[in-house]
Structure formats: C-alpha cells, structure tokens
Design a protein around this ligand. Structure first.
Ligand code: UN1
Length: 516
C-alpha cells in the first residue's frame, strides 16, 4: 500500500475524489470511515484519490449480501448471465483509452502496455461471454440398462477474489468474469495500490446491468480485508494472485477450513538462448521480458541462460539495447520503462542488488534508484543486468519483481535444462533456437506451465491456460475454460428409468446374463 507518509502533506492535497466500497449495489464508505491514499508512482505528488481502508465489518457485510444474492443469481440461465459479460466487453472497448490512462497513472505501466492490460480484459470478457453458452458437462453410458448418467457444472457459491496491482484490469477479469458467468457471486478485494482500476471495472459491470449484490467490492489491506475474506465460512472459494508468502498463508487459512483455493504466485522465469539462435530476436525477447512492466510481472524474464559460445555477442547487443531504454513517466509516449509501484518495492529491489554483489555476481549496468531531476518525483529504478550468476545464488532463485535480470552461462543442453529447472518456481520460460530437436526437448523437459519457443516469457492469451508448476501455485490454471475447474462444482446426475431397484456393481447385466 502506498503510504500517505511518503508524500509530505499528502492529505492536504487530496483535491480529487473520495471513493467507496460497493456493496449490494450501493457505494458506501468503510464502517470505520478510515481511508488510504492512492498515489501516482510516476509522480508521487499526484494523489489520485482516497479509498476506504476497510476491515472485517465491511467484509462481513459484503459476504452477507453476496450470499443472499447467490440464491437468485445461480438460477439465472448461464447464457443470460453471459449477456451481461458481453456488454462488459463492449463497454471496456469504448472506455479502453480512459481505463488505460488510469492503469498507466495508477501503477506506472507505460501506455502501450496499459492498453494491452485492458485489451486482455476485453478478450477475456468475450471469451467467457461465449462460455456462458457452453459450460460443457458430459454424458457417459451407465453400466446398467435403462439408466442414464450425465455430469453438470454447478456454481460454487460466494467467491473471494484477491487480485494484484501489476495487471489491475486483466487479472481481476480472469477471475471475476468466469466466476460470475458460472453463477457465483463475488466479494472482490483488489490490490490497494490500484483501487481506481478496480472501481472502474465494477462501475462497468454496473453500467452493463449486473444485478445488485452479485459483485461486491471491498478496498483495503490484505491483513484487514483479505484475511477475513479468506477465513469467512460463507466464502466457498478463494482465488488469489500475488506473492508466494501470502499464497502460503491463504492456503493455510483455507486448508484448515477445507475451502477450495486457487493460488497464482511467483515466478523465476528464464530465457534460454542456444548457440544457433537468432540473436537479434533473442535480445528483443529478453529486453521485453526483463524490463516490460518494469520487471514487475510474474512472467518477467529474470534469468537469461546463455550458451557460452554466443554469450559475448548476445551481451554486447543486449547491453546496447538496455542503454537506449527511456525511463520516465509512464504516461509519456516515448517512455519504455516506467517507475516501480511504490517505495517498499524500490527498497526491496535495492536490497537484491546488495545481495547480488555480496554473492559475487558482477553488476554490468544499473543497480540503483534514479533520483536526479524529474526522477526524484517518482519511484524509478535503473534497468539492471548481473553477469557471472550461478544457479544457486539468491539472485537466480528468488523473485525480485523489478527491472533486474541475471545472466547464467551453460555449455551443454543438459546443463541448460538443469539450470532452467533449478528454481522453486515454474511459471514461464522460453528457448531461442533454430533447431527443432532442441526446441522439442525443451518443451518436454521444461518444468514451467507456460513454454515459449522463439518468443519472450511474457505473452499470455485469454483462451490459453495460465499458471505454473511447483511453488508458482497450487495446481490450478487461470485463463481458458480450465478456470471453470475453480469456479464450478461437478454434479454427477443419474436417472434410472427402469422402474425397478437396480443395484450398481451387483446386478448382472454382463454378456452372459441373458443365458441365465
Ligand atoms: C503476471 O505477470 O502476473 O503473459 C501476469 C503475460 C501477461 C500476464 C502476466 N499477459 O505475461
């Protein structure tokens, strides 16, 4: 959360709006009347607004309303529920520029990427609007005569959706849209660094005609909103995207209560560059992967694994490209890399620079916050490249979530695969090679949920499953129709029209039964 204390006199300067929670179709302040400030990380003197610093009183009321609303929403036919979502897609399209500007202002994502964030939500809206006419179950023969079996999807109940700030429109859309189409109701707790994007998304649902109480929004901290939300007995499913530490906590809370939980957590993604790769392409992939969204993506390329033979060639071109990156206010069209989200992030990245140097890695470029001139206004950090990193170092193991990437060298394909899979995470990875055999071996052996060949580690699409192996999550996938495994229950239905008591496993309807 961006703290008011970071900005001198911030409260005095709140000239903009005071925002509310959205519960049961009404915009309401927190019961406590406390608030927190939303600040532009490109220019921290700009206060975007004040949002409710809610607590369990607000959460409980939102859950009560969501539980009540579930009774009617689950009965609305899915194609009708999906029509609301289709309208959401249409409104998102109309408001793309406005919303992208808010994304850019609120989190410091450059406009080009902010538009991509909103576009991902548009794609997701249309995808799930279509799912409303599918939500496929299946039929299968019964082992007994005059008996029919089919399997249906049914909603789960109240969903607690807890979302991060780095994709403040796209990631909430991954969760909200399928949850709602499937017939669930929602309590939405967005990241407190990007509350305005969440507010606008909810307004769009309101404009699209979503009935009151289906979607409820509660702003505030993880400890005072997220925790009571995950703990509440009337919340049937929790979906969380964020850090592995918080994910573990949420899993523990939900595990104790036997509650369904889906966690999308960190990554330590890598780009592998083989000796036969198109180096210009590989360099572009690494620049985009490492420094897009200022490295604040779960899918950021935080390791570049280079074949020894091409290492120098690659690095010369790569460092040349890094030196040309324009860092600045995210709203400026010429900016390539915006600020990081807040002061804590800046400090955490800085700490990793010290760790890297203590571990003996070689800092090639960057390594410090930018504070001169206009940079002093925001939370800027120089794009950073470390060399001489080995797979055991913390630099190569831990998610940094900033514009920092590490170069690791290999000599054999076995070594490359070993380094690639040597972290506790397994979200995305990529290989650059012109050799089909190397590419397929990588596809086979990479322990990552999303694998790219001759493309960057970034590039999720709405209709493809997204998620990872190992500590990246707890085995679920978002995106595509796979997400309905989180937001629906399977209901097995058996209709016996024989008019007599048939006993599965006991009645003899084998091929020989006629003879008896
Ligand atoms: C994330 O980094 O949290 O493919 C999600 C991508 C993006 C989504 C990333 N479209 O990297």
């Amino acid at each position: 959360m961006k703290k008011a204390s970071m900005v001198e006199g911030a409260r005095r300067n709140v000239k903009n709006k005071t925002y509310c929670n959205f519960i049961g179709g009404k915009w309401v302040p927190a019961v406590s009347s406390r608030g927190f400030l939303d600040i532009n990380p490109s220019d921290k003197s700009e206060i975007i607004g004040e949002f409710p610093d809610s607590d369990s009183n607000d959460v409980n009321e939102a859950i009560r309303v969501a539980k009540e609303s579930y009774k009617f929403w689950k009965k609305v036919p899915a194609p009708k529920r999906a029509e609301v979502l289709f309208k959401v897609g249409e409104i998102l399209k109309q408001k793309k520029e406005e919303l992208s500007t808010v994304v850019s202002t609120e989190l410091g994502k450059v406009m080009r990427e902010a538009r991509g964030d909103v576009q991902e939500a548009i794609d997701t809206a249309y995808h799930h609007a279509g799912e409303g006419r599918r939500l496929f179950g299946f039929t299968t023969p019964s082992e007994l005569q005059n008996k029919m079996a089919f399997v249906l999807r049914h909603p789960v109940g109240v969903c607690g959706l807890i979302t991060p700030w780095n994709f403040p429109v796209a990631i909430p859309s991954w969760k909200l849209f399928p949850a709602i189409v499937a017939g669930n109701t929602v309590v939405f707790k967005p990241a407190s660094d990007t509350p305005l994007c969440a507010t606008m998304l909810v307004e769009i649902f309101q404009e699209a005609g979503l009935p009151d109480g289906v979607l409820n929004l509660v702003h505030g901290k993880g400890s005072s909103v997220g925790r009571p939300l995950a703990s509440h007995p009337d919340v049937s499913v929790v979906s969380f995207t964020g850090s592995a530490d918080v994910g573990r906590e949420i899993n523990e809370i939900c595990g104790k209560r036997l509650k369904r939980v889906s966690c999308e957590l960190g990554g330590k993604n890598a780009e592998v560059v083989m000796e036969d790769a198109d180096l210009d392409l590989a360099v572009e992939g690494a620049i985009w992967g490492a420094f897009g969204t200022t490295g604040q993506r779960c899918t950021a390329t935080s390791r570049i694994i280079l074949h020894k033979k091409i290492k120098n060639q690659f690095l010369n071109r790569f460092l040349d490209r890094v030196s040309k990156l324009k860092i600045g206010n995210a709203l400026k069209p010429e900016t390539d890399v915006g600020p990081v989200i807040n002061a804590q992030r800046l400090e955490s990245i800085q700490r990793y620079i010290e760790i890297g140097e203590e571990e003996g890695a070689k800092l090639l470029v960057g390594g410090k916050p930018l504070t001169n001139g206009n940079y002093g206004k925001g939370f800027y950090f120089a794009p950073t490249v470390f060399d001489n990193v080995n797979k055991e170092m913390r630099l190569a193991q831990e998610e940094i979530f900033g514009p920092v990437t590490s170069v690791i060298t290999f000599e054999t394909p076995d070594e490359a695969i070993d380094i690639l899979n040597s972290t506790a995470y397994g979200l995305s990875s990529s290989i650059y090679t012109r050799d089909v055999n190397k590419a397929f071996r990588y596809i086979e052996e990479s322990e990552h949920g999303v694998c790219y060949v001759n493309a960057s580690t970034i590039g999720a699409e709405a209709h493809l499953p997204f998620g990872g192996y190992k500590n990246t999550g707890n085995g679920h996938r978002e995106g595509s129709h796979q997400i309905y495994e989180i937001f629906t229950e399977w209901k097995t239905v058996v209709v016996d029209y024989s008019g007599k008591l048939q006993k599965a496993q006991m009645d003899d309807v084998s091929l020989n039964s006629k003879k008896k």
